[in-house]
Design a protein around this ligand. Structure first.
Ligand code: FAD
Length: 521
């Protein structure tokens, strides 16, 4: 049986309303328009949006949809751009899981149990109050992105240099299956590893294997002391050589690299005067004492915009320690290792990021209001520079068409453990905004940016170019996170592994109703 558009199941919205209450089911045009988009583009219209207030309500709704044979698509914060929760056929039930938001801190056992719809920003605020943290502690989009969405997608950023990806920080999870039954991975929370890794199976599944309701994450003591360090490099090869060394050392909690285009564009823009004041207040608050806070603010003010323009590539590090002396000691080692490849510059960018790790989602549009879509590949260290050279060659080959359509690019880098290097390419093109941008950014923000009319030609070129870039990444052996419907997956797997995956899907979701199409399932 294949998933049915709702048009052929006219009573399901009424049935869901009767079971869950009117407030839990929306069918108004504005909500459906908004939820038909991710950050990148527009998919099929959902026939209804259901927002279950409890796990029981979610189980009930899943059972009703399964009986009706209707496609079910989960959505967390909606901050993704890989068609992950867009069902092209439309007529599906979109499950807004943000009401499953709860934080239960068990400090004695060093475990926090989080409702899947909790944002990383909310989790950080609750843990900060107890001087605690999780190992991975969120993507830059954590003001909107949920723990459930990030674990379902594989995510990097805060804490990744020291502790790896979102998936590596999970102990166990509760998941509602297509049958409506609740499955718990693992036994207790003392360790994730008890026999085969059933928790791992559901990480990065994009919701194709079930809907996460609760996630248990380990707790660590937060480190108050931190030093931020930035370097500029004249060539990509030098930038990569320095970062690869640092990845093996694990001196820092987080780091990220940027090319000149991204530094000057998205990062330099960071909001208006109000946000700068807020950041200054946060920098001051986070400093070990008022004198150190003032010194850091003065350094940032004197540096002005220079750190955004200091070299062809920049890398920014946030180094933590038990004491300021320990953080300084680690930073000294980091400087000694990076110094032969680049030059130290003012540390404004990582200081901003440490002060405001979850900035408002202004970057869903480009610096002058263009549309934005990132793509990435995770490479073995020895393939990084060869891929970079091939990418530069592709850019040169497509230069005329890019100019014709107004397409521009920027690049960003992240560590993935010692062995993986994440190379992210941001594409910008002039085009009209969607309901997603209007709802997320609001009129006051948008009115200060240039606007563009519908530009289907540039949009189509961007999509073709995006696919060409992904194919090039795969030629250089890249793997990917956040697969959704955007990255080829099963054809890259060993045939035995692909058969196993399809068998697991068939066992958990025999009618193929849960987020049909993601991972090619
Ligand atoms: C400005 C900006 C900055 C970003 N920064 C980063 C970054 O630093 N690092 C990074 O890796 N990514 C980043 N992203 C991408 C994205 O925000 C993250 O991957 C984030 O984790 C998505 O979480 P979400 O809750 O918004 O998930 P959604 O977009 O809602 O969903 C993602 C996927 O998970 C599924 N899903 C959602 N909830 C559940 C659930 N409870 N159970 C099962 N499946 C579920 C959805 O069906 C979909 O397939 C950024 C995006 C933006 C817009």
């Amino acid at each position: 049986m294949t998933a049915q558009p709702l048009a052929s199941q006219p009573h399901i919205a009424a049935t869901l309303r009767a079971a869950l209450g009117d407030a839990a089911v929306r069918t108004d045009t504005a909500s459906l328009d908004y939820m038909a988009n991710d950050v990148y583009r527009t998919g099929g219209h959902p026939a209804a949006i259901v927002r279950p207030a409890s796990v029981d309500a979610l189980q009930q709704a899943v059972r009703l949809c399964a009986q009706a044979g209707v496609a079910m698509v989960p959505r967390g914060g909606g901050a993704s751009y890989t068609d992950c929760y867009l069902y092209p056929q439309g007529g599906h039930i979109l499950f807004d899981l943000t009401a499953l938001s709860s934080i239960d801190i068990d400090e004695a056992n060093a475990v926090v149990t989080v409702g899947a719809g909790t944002t990383w920003a909310a989790l950080k605020a609750a843990l900060d109050a107890r001087n605690l943290r999780t190992p991975f502690w969120g993507p830059f989009s954590g003001i909107a992105a949920t723990v459930g969405g990030s674990i379902s997608q594989n995510t990097v950023s805060h804490g990744t240099a020291a502790h790896g990806t979102s998936a590596q920080s999970v102990l166990s999870m509760d998941i509602v299956l297509a049958s409506g039954d609740l499955l718990t991975t693992g036994i207790g929370t003392a360790t994730r590893n008890y026999g085969p890794d059933l928790t791992g199976l559901f990480t990065g599944d994009c919701g194709a294997l079930g809907f996460k309701t609760s996630i248990r994450l380990p707790l660590l003591a937060a480190r108050e002391a931190a030093v931020t360090v930035s370097f500029a490099f004249d060539s990509f090869a030098n930038c990569h050589a320095a970062i690869a060394i640092i990845q093996k050392e694990r001196l820092e909690d987080s780091h990220f690299g940027l090319d000149l285009a991204l530094s000057q564009g998205q990062i330099a823009r960071q909001e208006g005067a109000g946000a700068r004041l807020k950041i200054a207040a946060q920098v001051f608050r986070k400093a070990p004492n008022p004198v150190a806070g003032l010194k850091q603010l003065l350094k940032m003010a004197l540096a002005g915009e220079d750190p955004m323009r200091a070299g062809a590539y920049m890398a920014h590090f946030i180094v933590e320690g038990i004491t300021p002396a320990e953080a300084e000691g680690r930073a000294t080692r980091l400087r000694a290792l990076v110094d032969p490849y680049g030059r130290e510059i003012a540390n404004s960018v990582p200081s901003f990021v440490r002060a405001m790790p979850f900035a408002p989602l202004a970057n869903i549009l480009g610096p002058t209001g263009e549309r934005w879509v990132p793509i990435h590949g995770v490479f073995n260290q020895t393939r990084v520079v060869p891929f970079h050279d091939a990418w530069e060659a592709l850019l040169a080959k497509r230069q005329t068409e890019m100019q014709q359509h107004g397409l521009t690019v920027g690049t960003m880098f992240s560590p993935v453990g010692p062995s993986g290097f994440l190379y992210e390419i941001a594409l910008y093109w002039p085009d009209d905004r969607t309901a997603y941008h209007r709802e997320t950014l609001g009129e006051a923000h948008l009115s200060a940016l240039p606007a563009y009319t519908e530009n289907p030609t540039a949009r189509a070129f961007t999509d073709r170019f995006k696919q060409e870039a992904v194919a090039l990444m795969q030629e250089y052996g890249a793997s990917h996170f956040q697969l959704g419907r955007a990255y080829p997956y099963q054809q890259r797997l060993d045939p035995e592994a692909a058969t196993l995956l399809r068998g697991i899907k068939a066992a958990l979701d025999p009618k193929g109703l849960m987020n049909p199409g993601v991972l090619g399932l």
